[in-house]
Design a protein around this ligand. Structure first.
Ligand code: PRP
Length: 212
């Protein structure tokens, strides 16, 4: 697990604006701040990808540079994953893309919600590097259900989970569930999860704040 806000950086400004009730009502800024955090976390995780040497011809000669050699697939969890997806795609602009839905369904006469996955569009993940994006990691059940739903698409060589805000409890749950080849990149972690499965103090419901 790598928590981005452990050190002071401009990322703090973006997460503060996401949390602030007086600023988060500006939907465009809210989405763009999630996108900007996706860009920052992409840069951080790019340092852990594998690289290969490529020679390019410049107008004045030849230059050798290292470029990522992994085949990347960015998968986001609808809805709130969309702006985070865009931020990651801004940097890994030639990646393949997957989209998957997950939502909390509250069955009648049953107080416990379940996570339903109803939509999936994805290329093969076999041997590739998967970046799975969802700005909120509350109980951790969306991430874990989505990973199960992706299993028929093949086994990724490496999985990077990217999130903006998480709870300690959700992260502990994921640690017990997740394959060894995975790493979580997250902007900030709150200690508390309330009885409804909401992160406290958190920032509210990212899907609603993005899209109404
Ligand atoms: C929210 C959020 C995550 C999930 C996190 O989605 O965007 O996907 O809950 O909670 P968990 O870790 O407890 O599973 P929601 O169901 O509100 O859907 P939305 O993105 O469409 O608003």
């Amino acid at each position: 697990v790598q928590e981005i806000l452990k050190t002071n950086s401009i990322a703090n400004r973006f997460i503060t604006q996401l949390r602030d009730v007086n600023i988060q009502t500006d939907r465009m800024r809210f989405r763009r701040n999630i996108e900007r955090l996706g860009e920052i976390m992409s840069y951080e995780l790019s340092k852990e990808l594998e690289y290969k040497i490529k020679e390019v011809s410049t107008p004045l000669g030849k230059s050798k540079i290292s470029i990522p050699k992994n085949e990347l697939v960015i998968c986001s969890i609808l809805r709130a994953g969309l702006p985070l997806h865009q931020g990651i795609l801004n940097y890994f602009d030639d990646a393949e893309n997957s989209f998957i839905s997950a939502y909390r369904h509250h069955p009648e006469n049953n107080e416990k919600f379940e996570i339903l996955v109803e939509y999936l569009a994805s290329p093969s993940l076999e041997g590739k590097t998967l970046i799975l994006a969802d700005p909120m990691l509350a109980t951790g059940r969306s991430f874990s259900n989505v990973l199960k739903a992706l299993e028929p698409m093949g086994k990724p060589e490496k999985i990077h989970l990217v999130s903006v805000i998480g709870s300690t409890e959700g992260i502990e749950y994921l640690k017990s569930e997740f394959p060894e080849n995975s790493k979580l990149w997250i902007a900030t972690i709150d200690q508390k999860l309330d009885g409804n499965g909401y992160i406290v103090p958190g920032l509210g419901d990212a899907g609603d704040l993005c899209f109404g």
